[in-house]
Design a protein around this ligand. Structure first.
Ligand code: RIB
Length: 286
C-alpha cells in the first residue's frame, strides 16, 4: 500500500448554506449553519486514506474544543495524527464558508494554530510521497520539499508567499485557473508536472510547458464543491505514485474531485476508492 505524509492546514469549517452567496451590497438571510472538519491538508490526508494509502498528517491545532471536532474524522478514518501538535496559546484554525445552492462557495480562513507550524519540528517519515500546501508558513513547505526524498506535490494558493525552490523542485504542482494566472511566468519555467484544474470542466497535466494529458470531469450536479480540489490532489498524487499512466491518473483524480462535490462538507464528502472506481466504470471520460 502506498504511504504518504501531508503537511499543512487543519480547520474546523463553519458552513452557512443558503440559496445564493452574499455580495457587499446584498446580505443573505436564509442560511443553515453546519460544522464540518476541514482544512486543505487534513482533507487531502483523509482523501488519500479513503483512496487506499497509509497516511500521516503533520499540522497544528489549538488546545480547544474545535480541535476535537477538526480531528474527529481523521481519527475515525485511520489517518496517523501523531504529528499533529496542540499549541497552548493559539486557537484551532476556522474557515467560514458560504455555500450556494449551485455548490459554489466563498471561504474566509482564520488560520490560528496553523501559523505555528515550525520548520524545526518537521519530522518527515520515510514514505513514498509528500503533499504540502502554502496556507501554513512558507518556510515549512520549503523545508519539507527540500528535504523529502520521495515524490513531492504542492498545491498553491493565490497570493501565498512561495519560495522559487518549491516551484522548481516539487514533482507536481496543482493549481486552479486563477492560481495559474497569479503565478504566471514563475510556473512557466518548471520542468516538473503541473496539474491545472478547470472546475466542472476537468483538468489538464503539463510538463515543460507542453500538455501531456487532459480529462473531462464526470457530469454531476454539485451540492458543495468544498474539498473537491483536495480530493483531486490526493487522488492524482496517489495515482502517480501507484505508477498509473498520466492520463489514467488524471481521470482517477477528476472522478475523485467530482464525486466529492456530491455530498455536503469537506471531509464527509471525500470518496472511497470503490466509489471512484464505480464512477470511472460508469462514465466515459474524454
Ligand atoms: O480546501 C478546502 C478547505 O479550504 C476547507 O475545508 C477550508 O478549511 C479551507 O481552508
Amino acid at each position: 500500500m502506498p504511504s504518504m505524509v501531508v503537511v499543512g492546514s487543519i480547520n474546523l469549517d463553519i458552513v452557512a448554506r443558503a440559496a445564493r452567496l452574499p455580495t457587499p451590497a446584498a446580505k443573505v438571510t436564509d442560511a443553515l449553519i453546519m460544522r464540518y472538519p476541514g482544512g486543505s491538508a487534513a482533507n487531502q490526508a483523509l482523501a488519500a486514506r479513503r483512496l487506499g494509502a497509509n497516511v500521516a498528517l503533520i499540522g497544528r491545532v489549538g488546545r480547544d474544543a474545535d480541535a476535537d471536532a477538526a480531528l474527529a474524522l481523521l481519527r475515525e478514518g485511520g489517518v496517523d495524527i501523531a504529528g499533529v501538535d496542540a499549541v497552548p496559546d493559539a486557537a484551532t484554525g476556522v474557515a467560514l464558508i458560504a455555500v450556494a445552492a449551485s455548490g459554489e462557495n466563498q471561504i474566509i480562513v482564520a488560520p490560528g494554530a496553523n501559523l505555528r507550524l515550525a520548520t524545526e519540528s518537521l519530522q518527515l517519515p520515510a514514505v513514498d510521497a509528500l503533499i504540502g500546501e502554502t496556507l501554513t508558513p512558507g518556510d515549512a513547505v520549503t523545508r519539507a520539499v527540500g528535504t523529502f526524498e520521495g515524490f513531492t506535490c504542492v498545491t498553491l494558493a493565490t497570493a501565498s508567499e512561495v519560495d522559487d525552490a518549491v516551484l522548481r523542485d516539487s514533482d507536481l504542482i496543482v493549481v486552479n485557473e486563477s492560481e495559474a494566472a497569479w503565478y504566471g511566468d514563475r510556473l512557466a519555467l518548471r520542468e516538473g508536472l503541473i496539474a491545472k484544474t478547470f472546475g466542472a470542466s476537468g483538468a489538464a497535466l503539463f510538463r515543460g510547458g507542453e500538455e501531456i494529458a487532459r480529462s473531462s470531469s464526470p457530469a454531476a450536479m454539485a451540492v458543495d464543491t468544498t474539498g473537491a480540489g483536495d480530493a483531486f490532489t490526493a487522488a492524482l498524487s496517489l495515482g502517480l505514485v501507484e505508477g498509473k499512466p498520466y492520463a489514467e491518473a488524471l481521470r482517477f483524480a477528476c472522478a475523485a474531485g467530482a464525486t466529492a462535490t456530491q455530498r455536503r462538507g469537506a471531509q464527509p464528502s471525500l470518496p472511497t476508492r470503490d466509489e471512484v472506481e464505480r464512477v470511472l466504470r460508469d462514465t466515459e471520460l474524454g
